[in-house]
Design a protein around this ligand. Structure first.
Ligand code: FES
Ligand SMILES: [Fe+2]
Length: 424
């Protein structure tokens, strides 16, 4: 057993009354221990949050041509995302209508027809079964199409919902699409991915993402490039605000001159589950990189570097930082109460050439280093929360409001009307 292996106190958990736990939650603090360890809560999270809300599945540039597909498994649901003959991204449950085999078995691939490996039932890219089943099986093939999944393509980000009747995504879709479009994500390519396995509950991972209180002591590379810490400091020491406001105003004027949206579209309003926020980088930084220099050729519509960073966050499983030169994204896939898979993806312009326009040696460290620092924090927190002496402590009223907002959203969805609809 490694030093930091998690001795999961799972035996203490199971069969919790989730609504009861929600009721005793104290606002402006983390959750009760069971939320981070219990298999019962985890099952509820998968059914009520991940089984219903809009999930980031992948980038559309992964499937540039008709017939290109990728697969993903979220909870027990195998998902297939494919570009159809009309060029639209479509999503289906990756389960055959005959005896249920998984149809596409690789993570990435290309197929003109979707052929089940078991008995070779064959489907078109529109999900329709192509063979005649009426005579031999007694069921018309029109009743045996692949089960569709709701999917939206927000300027190159593919979001799916497993719900029959998903929550509205229209506002998020419109804002993300408008703000992300100049970044040319549809004309991007994946330069690299890293799969991390973090031994922490997915909510610990997401909570960590929602604040930068931990940044000064944990992210010396990240904080050099951004105003996050200065912003936090100005909230507690108003004398610092004028200089910061002036720097941000200057950067925003530059964004406007470039035709870019600035600032924050979302807020901490009740129910808001996304944000798309362009933030400036500090003086001397044209990119979120170790030395401030761009890491690849310009993406999308950009004619010059330094477009700040467009931070796009969608509860419960996605964030991305997009600059003028590259984008770095995270997709969260909960695997169990104390285990979370995170796929980090680095994207550059599709015509960028490795070795000439970018090198992985320069492209990866800024976020890979920051990610690993975060995963260490998350695993430490998971272990500490396992203590019999754990009691939720107070959040900072100036630096952790976004965590409180995330938890407010989560608690309502795991226990509220969404839950009722799902179990109805
Ligand atoms: S299970 Fe797919 S063809 Fe039989
Ligand atoms: Fe962090």
């Amino acid at each position: 057993m490694r030093m930091n292996d998690i001795a999961t106190p799972d035996h203490r958990f199971g069969g919790e009354d989730i609504d009861g736990l929600v009721r005793v939650h104290k606002k402006n603090g983390p959750l009760q221990q069971a939320f981070y360890y219990s298999p019962t809560v985890f099952a509820a999270d998968m059914a009520r949050i991940f089984g219903r809300w809009w999930l980031f599945a992948g980038h559309s540039c992964l499937i540039p041509n008709p017939g290109d597909f990728f697969t993903w498994k979220i909870g027990n649901e195998p998902v297939l995302v494919v570009r159809d003959d009309a060029g639209e991204a479509k999503a289906y449950y990756n389960t055959c209508r005959h005896r249920g085999s998984r149809i596409c078995t690789s993570e990435f691939g290309h197929a003109n027809r979707l052929v089940c490996p078991y008995h070779r039932w064959t489907y078109g890219l529109d999900g329709k079964l192509l063979m005649n089943t009426k005579t031999d099986f007694g069921v018309d093939r029109s009743e045996l199409s692949l089960h569709p999944i709701h999917i939206r393509n927000a300027a190159g980000l593919l979001f799916i919902s497993l719900a029959d009747d998903p929550p509205s995504f229209d506002h998020a879709f419109a804002e993300i699409t408008r703000r992300l479009k100049p970044h040319g994500m549809e004309r991007a390519k994946v330069a690299h991915t890293i799969d991390y396995t973090v031994r922490a509950n997915w909510k610990i991972v997401f909570e960590n993402n929602r604040e930068c209180y931990h940044c000064p002591s944990n992210h010396k590379e990240y904080v050099r490039a951004t105003y996050d810490v200065a912003r936090d400091q100005a909230r507690t020491d108003p004398s610092l605000a004028p200089a910061l406001d002036a720097a941000i105003a200057q950067a925003n004027a530059r964004f406007r001159a470039l035709g870019l949206d600035e600032g924050d579209v979302s807020s901490n309003m009740t129910g808001t589950f996304f944000r798309a926020h362009r933030t400036p980088l500090v003086e001397g930084y044209a990119s979120q990189s170790m030395d401030g220099q761009p890491l690849s050729s310009l993406m999308g519509d950009f004619k010059e570097p330094n477009a700040g960073t467009l931070r796009t966050t969608v509860f419960p499983n996605f964030w991305q930082h997009s600059g003028s030169d590259y984008a770095a994204a995270a997709r969260i896939t909960p695997l169990g109460p104390t285990t979370t898979a995170i796929r980090a993806t680095w994207l550059v312009d599709k015509d960028a050439v490795e070795g000439k326009d970018y090198t992985l040696d320069r492209l990866l460290p800024f976020w890979d280093v920051t990610n690993r620092q975060d995963w260490t924090i998350c695993e430490n927190q998971q272990i500490g929360i396992g203590s019999s002496r754990y009691r939720p402590g107070p959040f900072s009223l100036t630096k952790e409001q976004n965590v409180a907002h995330f938890l407010e959203w989560y608690l309502r969805e795991v226990s509220g009307p969404g839950a009722a609809r799902k179990s109805a």
